[in-house]
Design a protein around this ligand. Structure first.
Ligand code: HSE
Length: 432
């Protein structure tokens, strides 16, 4: 007889309802593939009366999450946030229940503690849906690429930012009006800072970096910049030079040092990553054995996220069925690289945009400031069009590779020049 595995869904919001729906609708497909019958036996939420678009028996629904967790084989924590979700996760692990979660913020903030409690209790935490929604990047990195030393990971992992940047590029409108429209259309949250200030991407980056390098990075050492300062003028200029501007997660290792950063980045338009548009996510992983791989798909949404959560539930169910707690390995804290590069020490190319007075000798002063800090100009463009009110012109400079602290010293000197107006806009370039 087919073995039944009982799942408890804690949190009956968008993702919880999607998971219940997927397990109900595709249970037969899963059973044919795995020989396992996975039953949604409990769904806990404070609100069990709102219609979630999925029909379950009345005795499945409960407001008592702790009791529900006792009665099931697998706990799917789909509450979100980092307070009550942490309590539920710890409680489930201490009950010896494997936990499946989509909660990137929880893992990025408390992963080290949660994985160690899981280890102490002989169970595992599964978190495929926490990074890039429906894209199987965790399984890809942890299992598919297990034989590789990971050289670099690039991720476009926030659909809201990618949607806004794509519309800015296509419609020639600036960030604020596009954000407002995206909010009205329901593509961006009313409180958008988690997405547009880069922290959602940073949570996902912390998880991927830890998986790639076996060291728990957490959020603190990650350099994060969001997309609020990207203007349509920058996007258009980047386009003329053959680049797109994307909110990019960069994780890379060289000579035992790891860089982990998230910021708007110019990437070549003629690459696959450069063409990931709208709400879609893409993660490129380069391994020393496999070379480049690219994972692409929907990074959010009820169905895409449910796809990843249910994949984890099936992995756990197979573990339970075959008595193999480590068939899918736990996150292993096994530091290989103890040096995380400070943002000031990175070496990359830069895009600089300045407003300057259109006078004799201005470019000579800029070149001097850059040259004195070992920064070589790769290209410099000034169009004849002047700002109607001030008469100033916009100057764009692309540098050769430079060290960030030297770039900052040069920019600080440039900003002190009398003929340079405003702050210098700086974006980093990644020649993928
Ligand atoms: N808000 C995220 C996005 C999805 O826009 O991609 C959840 O991480």
């Amino acid at each position: 007889m087919t073995k039944e595995i009982k799942v408890g869904i804690i949190g009956f919001g968008t993702v919880g309802a999607g998971v219940a729906e997927n397990l109900i609708n595709n249970g037969e497909v899963i059973e044919k593939r795995t020989g396992l019958k996975i039953i949604v036996s409990k769904i806990a939420d404070l609100d069990i009366t709102t219609d979630r678009g999925v029909t379950v028996a009345a005795d499945v629904l409960t407001t008592d999450a702790y009791k529900a967790m006792e009665e099931v084989d697998i706990v799917a924590e789909l509450v979100g946030g980092t307070t009550i979700a942490k309590d539920f996760t710890l409680a489930a692990l201490k009950l010896g229940k494997p936990v499946v979660t989509a909660n990137k913020a929880l893992l990025a903030e408390y992963g080290e503690e949660l994985f160690s409690v899981a280890e102490e209790n002989g169970v595992n935490i599964y978190y495929e849906a926490s990074v890039a929604g429906g894209i199987p990047i965790i399984k890809g990195l942890r299992e598919g690429l297990v034989s590789n030393r990971i050289e670099r990971v690039y991720g476009i992992m926030n659909g809201t930012c990618n949607y806004i940047l794509t519309r800015m590029e296509n419609e020639g409108l600036d960030f604020e009006p596009i954000l407002k429209d995206a909010q009205e259309l329901g593509y961006a949250e009313a409180e958008p800072s988690l997405d547009v200030d880069g922290f959602d991407t940073a949570h996902k980056t912390a998880i991927l970096a830890s998986l790639a390098y076996g060291e728990w990075f957490g959020m603190d050492p990650i350099y994060v910049e969001g997309i609020r300062d990207v203007s349509v003028m920058d996007i258009e200029f980047a386009k003329e030079l053959g680049y797109k501007i994307k909110l990019l997660a960069i994780i890379k290792e060289a000579n035992g040092e790891v860089e982990v950063r998230v910021h708007p980045t110019l990437i070549p338009s003629n690459t696959m990553l450069g063409n990931i548009s709208d709400v879609f996510n893409g993660v490129m992983v380069t391994g020393d054995t496999v070379d480049d791989t690219l994972f692409y798909g929907r990074g959010a949404g009820r169905e895409a996220t449910a796809s990843a959560v249910v994949a984890d539930i099936v992995d756990v169910a197979l573990n339970l069925q075959y008595g193999s707690h480590r068939r899918v390995p736990a996150f292993k804290l096994n530091p290989q690289y103890n040096k995380l590069k400070n943002i000031d020490d990175i070496e990359t190319r830069y895009y600089l945009r300045l407003q300057v007075a259109d006078k004799v000798g201005v470019v000579a002063q800029l070149s001097k400031a850059l040259g004195e800090n070992n920064i070589s100009i790769s290209s410099i463009v000034q169009k004849e069009t002047k700002d109607e009110e001030s008469g100033n012109v916009s100057l764009k400079i692309i540098t050769h590779k430079a060290i960030e602290k030297e770039l900052k010293a040069a920019v600080s000197k440039i900003e002190s020049l009398a003929d340079v107006c405003d702050k210098v806009k700086i974006f980093r370039i990644e020649d993928i």
